[in-house]
Every structure is written in C-alpha cells, then in structure tokens.
Write a protein that binds this ligand. Structure first.
Ligand code: ITT
Length: 199
C-alpha cells in the first residue's frame, strides 16, 4: 500500500465535498475534486436498494475520471441516503431524486399528522488505493422536525434532528458539530482508523 496523501473524491455534491475536506484534511489527507473545478462529475447511480452496491458501482466508474491524472494516491466515492422509519427504505437510495421532486416541503407534507417521526442517515464510503478497496460506513439516527430550520448543511439537513444532539437540526449546526454526530462524520472517522491500521 502506498503512503496515502492525495485523495480524489469523485462527487457532484459540494456539500459532501466540503464535509469530506473538513473531516480528512486535519488528518493529513489532501482532498481534491472536480466538484469545485471546471469539469463536472456525473456518476450514474445504478438501480439497487442498498448503498454499498451503489457505492461500489460509483467506484467502478472512477477509472474514466482518473484517466491519466497523476499525483493521486487514492480515489474515493460515497453513497449516502436518508431513511424514514414510517416509510421503510424510503427515500433511501432515491434520496437525491425524491428531494428534487418533492422538496423539503413535500417531505413535511408526507409526514403531516405522523407521530412516528424517526429517521436515519446512512453513508457508505469506498476508497480505492491501487487494487485495494476500503469500505467505511456510518449512520446517524434522529427524527424529522415539524418545520424547516436552519440555513447550513445541504439536502435534508433542515429537517433532521439528530438524537444525540441538543434539539437543533443539522442545518443549524456548524460543520464541526455536524461532523461529530453525522453518518458522514462517523464513516470518515472509520475510514481514517482503517487507513491508520493499514500503516
Ligand atoms: P454524488 O453521487 O455525485 O456523490 P449525490 O448528491 O447524488 O452526489 P448521494 O447519492 O450520496 O449523493 O446522496 C443522495 C442524497 O442524500 C443527497 O443528494 C442529499 O439530498 C441526501 N444527503 C446525503 N447526505 C446528506 C447529508 O449529510 N445531509 C443532508 N442530506 C444528505
């Protein structure tokens, strides 16, 4: 295994990129991406009902982006999803699509009058270093708020109150606070542990 320093994070999502940099750069890894540059990443999401299958398929697509890019030690992808207890597996792997079509207001509408407001975020990260693949996962339980709160974060953050927090939504937290509690923060911490174990 090469000494890993520079990781290409293949994502089209600037929120995910910001959080990955925030989690990994203080640990000595440099995160580069196209999401803040000129060429856009468009990863095809396969039809599957679990995040691991989708994440592995994203890493299969990495080769066409990496091409002859030099000075990259590893390539990383992530598949994340939001899971609403009252609607099993939903929106799950369709989280991006459902948010685009219903919006946060549509999700609130769906939850109107619903007593069971439990929900969970999940994240699966796959890092490829030469022929080796490392998979790190994280999750975060919480509940869906009664209203949209906060302007930080991205995606479903203004609706999600993590159960280990103080009642604020992810969108009302700083990057640091979200990292300490979130699915992505946990998955990134797990990734760092796995990398350090590899030496
Ligand atoms: P890439 O596949 O290009 O990385 P994506 O936005 O499609 O970007 P995902 O499939 O991993 O990324 O995530 C699906 C959606 O889940 C994402 O677009 C958000 O709406 C939502 N999501 C994921 N992580 C989130 C988080 O930390 N906070 C809020 N919403 C999140």
């Amino acid at each position: 295994m090469v000494k890993l320093k520079r990781i290409l994070f293949l994502t089209s999502n600037e929120g995910k990129l910001r959080e990955a940099k925030h989690a990994l750069e203080p640990r000595g890894y440099e995160i580069v991406s196209f999401a803040d540059g000129t060429s856009k990443v468009q990863l095809v999401e396969v039809q599957a009902n679990d995040l691991v299958t989708v994440a592995l398929s994203k890493i299969e697509q990495a080769e066409s982006y990496v091409g002859n890019m030099h000075q990259i030690d590893g390539v990383m992808v992530e598949d994340a999803g939001f899971f609403i207890d009252a609607h099993p597996s939903f929106p799950g792997v369709y989280s991006a699509h459902i948010l685009k079509s219903l919006g946060l207001e549509g999700i609130l509408q769906l939850m109107r009058g619903q007593k069971e407001r439990g929900a969970e975020f999940q994240s699966t990260i796959v890092l490829q270093v030469k022929s080796e693949r490392i998979v790190a996962q994280g999750s975060c339980r919480g509940r869906i708020s009664e209203e949209i709160r906060g302007v930080g974060g991205f995606g479903y953050d203004p609706l999600f109150i993590p159960e280990d927090g103080d009642g604020r939504t992810f969108a009302e937290m700083t990057l640091n606070e979200k990292k300490a509690l979130s699915h992505r923060g946990h998955a990134m911490a797990r990734l760092v542990t796995l990398l350090e174990d590899l030496g």
